[in-house]
Write a protein that binds this ligand. Structure first.
Ligand SMILES: Nc1ncnc2c1ncn2[C@@H]1O[C@H](COP(=O)(O)OP(=O)(O)O)[C@@H](O)[C@H]1O
Ligand SMILES: [Mg+2]
Length: 282
């Protein structure tokens, strides 16, 4: 679904090499986390995926399309990009219009649009606010509206830039469920985030960026257990992973990604199970 071959990007006017020869393949239905410090190239990577930027060298293909040959508009039905800040995205007079805009704009019938809007309203629990102005609702809800307005486009690839930043517990859990559901539907999801528990919960694969380079591509469990990567990127594993790795006798075991997982693992050890290899999913 996504294929980068030695893709590099340098911002114009003598800018830095923001993306340095990145090669990666992402398949249908994969949910992939992208982590790294500020300035490491995450946003540049995602902008290459939706055609907002073209690689200055190398290539980027989305579902077989070379992005350097397609306009952002032509790629939009295939790649949905959810902005980090919904204020940069939301513009209609009501939430309902906001959700309808994308599919109407690409020529779907009013019936089809109405069906998609109703589905999104239900999934994102927006029923009570559909007739409100997007600026009259809370920031977390506005963010959900931003995601929902891409959802109604039904793109094959979703790019979420920091989806849980500024979210409360309730909207964060809606976003968690959404990402998992998109994966079940066969959508490809690229989720850029500093929210390590989110990455641990929703992805089986994460990319780590450092200084414009892809320095790791592995299951989050392996990345969180890799001290060198954690130090280099100044990222910290989820608290539950840190705790599990510090527990007596667990240093050689893979870190747990959730409380339930840690409990299950401690229980099975108590029953005398052998030590699991590092990358085993429990
Ligand atoms: N519009 C721009 N013009 C010039 N340099 C930029 C621009 N946007 C980002 N950069 C630089 O490119 C590098 C990567 O930035 P970015 O992709 O935004 O990283 P991240 O999303 O990981 O914070 C940084 O050094 C940043 O300063
Ligand atoms: Mg960024």
């Amino acid at each position: 679904m996504i294929s980068l071959h030695e893709a590099s990007y340098t911002y114009p006017n003598g800018g830095v090499v923001a993306l340095d020869s990145m090669s990666v393949e992402v398949g249908e239905g994969e949910i992939v986390g992208v982590m790294g410090q500020n300035g490491s190239g995450k946003t540049t990577f995602t902008k290459l995926l939706n055609g907002l930027l073209r690689p200055t060298s190398g290539s980027v293909f989305i579902n077989g399309r070379d992005t350097s040959r397609y306009s952002v508009q032509a790629l939009a039905p295939h790649v949905g990009y959810v902005f980090q800040n919904p204020n940069h995205q939301v513009f209609a007079n009501t939430v309902a219009e906001e959700l309808a805009f994308g599919p109407l704009n690409i020529g779907h019938t009013p019936e089809e649009v109405a069906e998609r809007v109703a589905e999104a309203a239900e999934f994102f629990e927006l029923g009570a606010i559909m007739q409100l102005h997007p600026y009259r609702i809370s920031f977390p809800m506005r963010k959900l509206v931003g995601i929902a307005s891409i959802f109604t486009m039904r793109p094959q690839v979703f790019i979420l830039d920091e989806p849980t930043t500024g979210q409360d517990h309730k909207t964060s859990s809606v976003i968690d469920r959404l990402i998992l559901r998109l994966g079940e539907r066969g959508n490809t999801v690229i989720c850029v985030s500093h929210d390590m528990p989110l990455i641990a919960h929703v992805t089986k694969r994460a990319l780590v960026m450092w200084n414009g380079k892809l320095i790791a591509d592995a299951p989050p469990r392996e990345i969180f257990s890799d001290k060198l990567i954690m130090e280099r990127t100044h990222l910290t594993p989820p608290q539950i992973t840190q705790l599990s790795m510090r527990m007596p006798g667990r240093a050689s075991r893979p870190g747990a990604l959730s409380i339930a997982e840690l409990v299950a693992s401690v229980r099975s050890e108590a029953m005398g199970d052998p030590i699991l290899p590092r990358s085993t999913h429990i």
